[in-house]
Design a protein around this ligand. Structure first.
Ligand SMILES: Cc1cc2nc3c(=O)[nH]c(=O)nc-3n(C[C@H](O)[C@H](O)[C@H](O)COP(=O)(O)O)c2cc1C
Length: 188
C-alpha cells in the first residue's frame, strides 16, 4: 500500500472480529514499533507488551470497566502496550509512545488490520504492580498507552474506507523568508 494512501485511509476501528493475529502479523507490528523514532535514541528505555491472550484481554477489559466505566478493549484480539522507564522525563515518554503507536497503526493497515489508540491502557494499568509483572512489563517501567489491533468486525478493511477529507480544522501557518506570515486555515 502506498504510504500516503495509508495515512489518508487510516481510521480508528472500535469493533473487531475474534480472529487472532498470526505470528507473522505480530512480528511485523513489533518490527514497525522498533523502527519508530525514540527520544534521544533511548530504545532500551521503552518496552512493548503484546497481549494476544483472550483471557488476559478479558481481565484487562474488566479493569477498564471497573475503573473507567466501560470495557475499552472493544473485543479486539490483541492489545499492544507501550511502557517506558519511569526515569525518563514525562513529555519524552508520551511523545515517544505516540510515535511508536503511529508506526504500529500504519503497519497494521498494510496487513489489512484495524487499530485504535488505546489511551485507556495506560490509565487503567498504571500502578497495578502485580498485573504489570504478570504481563512482563519490566520493573521500573510504567505503562503509557496502548493500541488495539485486529480484523474489523464488519470485515471491511480499513484501507477500503474512503479516504476521509483532510482535517483542515487543524490550523497551519507558513513562515518563509520574504513572504511574511500568512494563515492558510481557510485555504489549502
Ligand atoms: C493520544 C490519543 C489517545 C487516544 N485514546 C483513545 C482511547 O482511549 N479510546 C479510543 O477509542 N480512541 C482513542 N483515540 C483515538 C481518537 O479518538 C481518534 O484517533 C480521533 O478521534 C480521530 O479519529 P480517527 O482515528 O478515526 O481518524 C486516541 C487518540 C490519540 C491520538
Amino acid at each position: 500500500m502506498n504510504l500516503l494512501d495509508a495515512i489518508a485511509g487510516r481510521a480508528s476501528v472500535r469493533s473487531f472480529s475474534a480472529t487472532p493475529l498470526t505470528d507473522a502479523e505480530i512480528e511485523l507490528l513489533v518490527k514497525a514499533a522498533r523502527h519508530a523514532p525514540v527520544t534521544l535514541g533511548k530504545y532500551g528505555q521503552f518496552h512493548l507488551t503484546v497481549i494476544a491472550d483472550r483471557e488476559l484481554l478479558g481481565e484487562i477489559g474488566g479493569i477498564y470497566a471497573a475503573e473507567l466505566g466501560s470495557d475499552f478493549t472493544y473485543g479486539a484480539p490483541a492489545l499492544l502496550i507501550v511502557s517506558a522507564d519511569e526515569e525518563l522525563p514525562r513529555g519524552q515518554r508520551f511523545a515517544t509512545a505516540g510515535s511508536i503507536v503511529q508506526n504500529i497503526q500504519l503497519a497494521a493497515l498494510e496487513l489489512g488490520l484495524g487499530t485504535v489508540y488505546n489511551w485507556a491502557a495506560g490509565s487503567a494499568l498504571a500502578g497495578k504492580g502485580e498485573l504489570l509483572a504478570r504481563l512482563g512489563v519490566p520493573e521500573g517501567f510504567a505503562p503509557l498507552t496502548g493500541v488495539l489491533a485486529g480484523e474489523p468486525a464488519d470485515g471491511r478493511l480499513p484501507a477500503e474506507l474512503a479516504a476521509r477529507p483532510e482535517r483542515t480544522e487543524m490550523g497551519v501557518n507558513f513562515v518563509s523568508k520574504g513572504s511574511g506570515t500568512f494563515d492558510t486555515r481557510s485555504g489549502l
